[in-house]
Structure formats: structure tokens, C-alpha cells
Design a protein around this ligand. Structure first.
Ligand code: TYD
Length: 206
């Protein structure tokens, strides 16, 4: 059975994920891979609708568990409609955020704990990344990088929340060292891109 490769990117807000994702996609495409890029929450018609609901700054009364379930619902749709079929066709799927975001933001940040992993085991349905790139950046630095853009509901959360998210990511990196590759995101764009390519090369093996 052919199976492609599933690569996810993680990191706090302002860690430079989008730039690195675009560079990796271009590099893989030039090497001849069939690459699909997607993002969370979102990536399908239904998941994008859920995204709007979650991130709308007007939805201040949203309960933390509602938030966690909505992220998981958006993920379940993306996995079944998009990620699994693409992997079955042998494609490389790059996803901007995945289940680790829920562990960092909802389990650690919101303090929902183990429930988040349980909910998400149904959402991902066995479809876990082959490699996760974690761009590690101190949350204060991250928030100063995004200071001049409009903030969604999650970005508006207080600094203490973003500090807990960061700690969640560090804990995940420790727990899953074979899957999660952490990189210091304070380096230059080229340095970081180089490190990512080297790691992807060893995983994809070309
Ligand atoms: P995203 O669009 O990736 O924002 P950014 O470009 O700033 O990374 O994600 C939107 C927000 O949703 C982001 O603040 C992180 C948050 N998030 C969660 O809290 N839990 C999740 O499971 C996911 C996927 C994202």
C-alpha cells in the first residue's frame, strides 16, 4: 500500500510558521513531490466554517470545552475528507497546526488536561504525523512580532495563557522526541529553513 508523508508545523502565534511552510512546500515540489498544503482549523468547507465560529472575537462567552470540541470537529472533517485520501494517494501533506495545537492551547493553555487527548483520538482516527516541526519562540517575542496585526479570539488571550501554551509545547517535545523536531525560531529564516530541510530529508529519505 502506498502512503505519503504527513508533516505538521506547530508553534506559538508569531513564530514564523507560514514563512517556513511556504519554503518547505516549494523545496519539496522542486524535488518532484506531490505536495498538498492545508491548515487548521480549516482546510475543508465545513472546517473553515467551524474556524470562523472559533476565532470570531465576538464569541467571548464560548466555553473552553466547546472550543476544544470545535477544534476536534474541524480536525475530524479535515482528516477524513482531505488528509487520509491524500496520504492514500502517496502525497506529501503539510498541515499548518494539528493535534499538538489542541494539546498545547486547550489542554495546557485552557487547563482542560487529559480530556483533550481523548477527544482528539477520535478526531485523528489513527492518522498521526510522520514528522512535526515545532518552531520554538518565547511567547513574549511572538506576541511582539504580531503586535501590529488584528488579533483573533485566541491571540487576544492574556500573556499567561500563551506562556502555558509554550510550556505545553515543550512538554510535548519531550514526550515525543522521535516525532517532534523542535527548532529555535529566533534564528534567521534561511538557518531555520535549512534545519527543516535536513530533518525532512532524513524522514522522507531522498
Ligand atoms: P492559525 O490560523 O494557525 O493562527 P496563526 O497564523 O496565528 O498560527 O490558528 C488560529 C488560532 O487557533 C491560533 O491562535 C492557535 C489556535 N488553535 C488552538 O487553540 N487549538 C487548535 O487545535 C488549533 C489547530 C489552533
Amino acid at each position: 500500500m502506498t502512503r505519503g508523508y504527513f508533516i505538521t508545523f506547530e508553534g506559538g502565534d508569531g513564530s514564523g510558521k507560514s514563512t517556513q511552510i511556504a519554503l518547505l512546500r516549494d523545496w519539496l515540489m522542486q524535488a518532484g513531490y506531490d505536495v498538498i498544503l492545508t491548515r487548521e482549523p480549516g482546510g475543508t468547507r465545513i472546517s473553515e466554517k467551524i474556524r470562523e465560529l472559533i476565532l470570531d472575537p465576538d464569541n467571548q462567552e464560548m466555553a473552553d470545552m466547546t472550543e476544544a470540541l470545535l477544534y476536534a470537529a474541524a480536525r475530524a472533517q479535515l482528516v477524513s475528507q482531505m488528509i487520509k485520501p491524500a496520504l492514500a494517494e502517496g502525497k506529501v501533506v503539510i498541515c499548518d497546526r494539528f493535534v499538538d495545537s489542541s494539546i498545547a492551547y486547550q489542554a495546557y493553555g485552557r487547563g482542560l488536561g487529559d480530556a483533550v487527548g481523548v477527544i482528539n483520538s477520535y478526531a485523528v482516527d489513527g492518522c498521526m504525523p510522520d514528522l512535526t516541526i515545532l518552531l520554538r519562540l518565547d511567547p513574549e517575542k511572538g506576541s511582539s512580532r504580531i503586535a501590529d496585526r488584528e488579533h483573533d479570539r485566541i491571540e487576544q488571550a492574556p500573556d499567561a495563557f500563551h506562556r502555558k501554551v509554550y510550556e505545553g509545547y515543550l512538554a510535548l517535545e519531550k514526550t515525543y522526541p522521535e516525532r517532534i523536531f523542535g527548532i529555535d525560531a529566533s534564528g534567521t529564516i534561511e538557518e531555520i529553513a535549512d534545519e527543516i530541510r535536513r530533518r525532512v530529508h532524513t524522514v522522507i529519505g531522498r
